[in-house]
Every structure is written in C-alpha cells, then in structure tokens.
Design a binder for this molecule. Structure first.
Ligand SMILES: [Zn+2]
Ligand SMILES: [Zn+2]
Length: 385
C-alpha cells in the first residue's frame, strides 16, 4: 500500500491557487466587459520582465550560485522584484535551490526532484509538508550575512503586499481604472511569472536534450528558454552551475545573460564567471562518444566503427587539451609580461594558442563528420526494433 501523502500546507495552497483562479475567470470576464488598454498591457509586460529577471538574474544566478558580484543598487532592485514574484524570500529560495543542485533527482533530498513527476516538481512540493522541503538554512550562511537579503526576509510580507497589491492599485489609480491594472499587472502577471519559473523545475527536467550530462534529468530546451528568460538550457546549467550564462552560444536565447553583461558594462555587476570553451567542448564530446559507442552495437561491423571512434575521440581530446594548455601558458605569461622580451614571448604564445585553437576546430569537424556517418547507418538485422 502506498504511504499517505504529507499534510497540505493550506496557506501555500491558497496563495498559489487564488491568483490562478482569478486569472482564468475574472481576468477574461473583465476583458470582455470593459477591455484592457495599452497602459495596463504595458505594465503587465514590464512587471513580467521585472519579476522573472529578478528571479533568474538575482535569486538564481547571483545569490544561489554566486556566478557574479552585483552592486547594492542592483541587489536592492532584485530583492524588490523577488517579493513581486512571490516565490518566497531569497534566502529560503536559494537554500532550496542549492539542495536541488547538490541532491538533484534524489527523491528524499532534492526539494523538487523531477523523479517524483511533473506536478510534484512544478507545484506539489510547495503545497505539502514533505520533509525534503522543510527549511534548513545551513547551506545559506553567506546569504544570511547580506544585509539586503536579511532586510527582505524580515519585511517579506509587507514587501509582497506592496509589490503585488499596492503597486498595481497605484498604477490603476494613475490610469483611472484600478481594477484593470490590478487584474493584469497584479493577478495575471503573478500567475504567469510564477508558472513560467516553475517550468524550469518540471518541464526542463523532462523534455529536451542532455548535451553535457546524460546521468541527470535536467534538459536543454530552447522553447522553455523562451518562457524563462534563458533558463531552459538546464542540462548545461546543472553541469556548469558556476557559469553566469545558461545559453552559451551567441544564438541561444538567454536575456538573463545579456542583462548581467549589460550591468557589467554599466558598472553594476563584476567578476562574471564563465566556463572555458575547451572544458565545455571536452564535456560535450565525451557525452557524444558515450552515445556513439552505444550506437556501434546496433550497426553492421561494430568493431570497425568502435575502433574508428576511439581513434578520432583520442585525437579530438588531444587537440582540445593542447588548446587548453596553450591558453593557460598565455594567461600565465600575461601576468608576468612586463619587459619587452617577455612581451615578445607573449606574442609567440598568443600565436601558438590561436593556431592550436584552429587545429582543435578542424579536429572537431572531423569528429562531427564521423558521428554523422555513424548516425546515418541502418540498424543491423539482429537489433530489436
Ligand atoms: Zn541553479
Ligand atoms: Zn534543475
């Protein structure tokens, strides 16, 4: 017999469900009866961005993972946005999230383990008293020293009421229609911003590709990135959580990364941490190698393909290692290059680094061509369909 579910946290249930109920009933009814104007839609969009970015750039990448440092003004803005997003105070949120990374997919320790199912990781973990979701701030001692976060935690109730009720009412008062602003910039914005964030814990652990680590449930999914301001590249994030980026390619939709970069240009953020490209490539190629070896068992002449793969894998890894070492040598020389003689050495090292980077790129193309050939081979006759 399955064990009974823990008791419901009625306050959490009410706080989470009420905005949803209003959003699917009164919001459309009011729209049909009275309509919404550009002011209301504009503030709905502005507060959506404010809430989501405060969670992604603030709660998540700044405070949970320390991927960069932020000016107190930026931290204050994120603290207000976090109260507006109504996802608990930042210290509790980040503490839960650090446990989510440390014990990812462990049903007894990961507060929102995706192995418990979509609805559990999306929603249910907040509305029942599961032991893994109980507050334990032992892993957030650094955050307890941040005066802005301590202030936010102390006044969280007042702040969330001000941001979710007071601000929309004030915007509506300016516009001459308090209900229109309360419904759009208040309730609908709150509902959508919350559930878009929750998709990262549920959908981004279920649908998408596992490019960097096949052992975990986290996936890379560009569609989820569209709704979550770039957090959909979740397999990358779980593999390299110290990187301020989640979408690492220039064409990856990651507005949170762009915001952090823009803040660094404006002097509001510093010490942005990014994983080196060769380390990322080595991790990705190792996963491709593992998948390709499995594929070899399904095609004709598996021994021949396995041997070709092994040879090409060794070469591509050697080229990436050489690139990494050249980069390291260049960095070390840069810190010592004070005399003209060393400047000359540095130029040579830089040229060597660029040459090895080019070679690594060519080797990667060979590797990719081999993988493409392997993937086009038909399954051999004995492979079960
Ligand atoms: Zn994270
Ligand atoms: Zn996750």
């Amino acid at each position: 017999m399955p064990s009974p579910k823990p008791p419901i946290r009625w306050l959490n249930l009410a706080v989470l469900c009420f905005p949803v109920l209003v959003s699917i009933t009164i919001v459309p009814w009011y729209g049909i009866r009275h309509g919404y104007d550009a002011w209301e839609w504009g503030w709905f969009a502005a507060l959506m961005v404010f809430c989501e970015m405060s969670i992604t750039a603030g709660y998540h990448r700044l405070w949970s993972h320390s991927t960069y440092k932020a000016h107190p003004l930026l931290r204050f803005i994120f603290a207000l946005g976090g109260a507006c997003a109504l996802q608990n105070d930042c210290i509790t949120w980040a503490s839960d999230h650090r446990r989510h990374h440390l014990y990812a997919d462990d049903n007894d320790k990961d507060p929102y383990s995706a192995n418990r199912g979509f609805w559990y990781s999306h929603f249910e973990w907040m509305i029942r008293d599961y032991p893994s979701t109980r507050e334990d701030l032992g892993n957030a001692k650094d955050l307890l020293k941040d005066p802005i976060l301590v202030w936010q935690r102390k006044h969280y109730l007042v702040l969330l009421l001000l941001m979710n009720i007071g601000l929309p009412l004030w915007l509506g008062w300016i516009n001459g229609d308090i209900w229109g602003s309360l419904l759009l910039a208040g309730f609908l914005r709150l509902t959508l911003s919350q559930h878009f964030t929750y998709l990262i814990n549920s959908a981004a652990h279920m649908w998408g590709s596992r490019t960097y680590d096949t052992e975990q449930t986290a996936r890379d999914n560009w569609i989820i990135a569209l709704f979550t301001f770039g957090e959909g590249y979740h397999n990358y994030h779980h593999t390299f959580a110290l990187d301020y980026r989640n979408g690492i390619k220039w064409y990856h939709y990651d507005p949170t990364k762009w915001l952090i970069k823009a803040c660094s240009w404006a002097g509001l953020a510093s010490d942005l941490r990014a994983i080196s490209p060769y380390r990322i490539e080595m991790t990705r190629v190792a996963v491709e190698y593992k998948n390709a070896l499995n594929r070899c068992d399904m095609v004709e002449q598996p021994a021949k393909w396995r041997s070709r793969l092994e040879g090409e894998y060794e070469q591509v890894m050697a080229s990436l290692n050489a690139w990494a070492e050249a980069r390291q040598a260049w960095y070390q020389a840069q810190s010592r290059a004070i005399s003209d003689e060393l400047q000359h050495d540095m130029e040579l090292l830089n040229a060597r680094y660029k040459e090895l980077k080019g070679k690594a790129r060519i080797q990667q193309q060979h590797w990719q061509a081999l993988l493409n050939n392997l993937s086009r081979l038909p399954y051999h006759a004995n492979t079960p369909a």
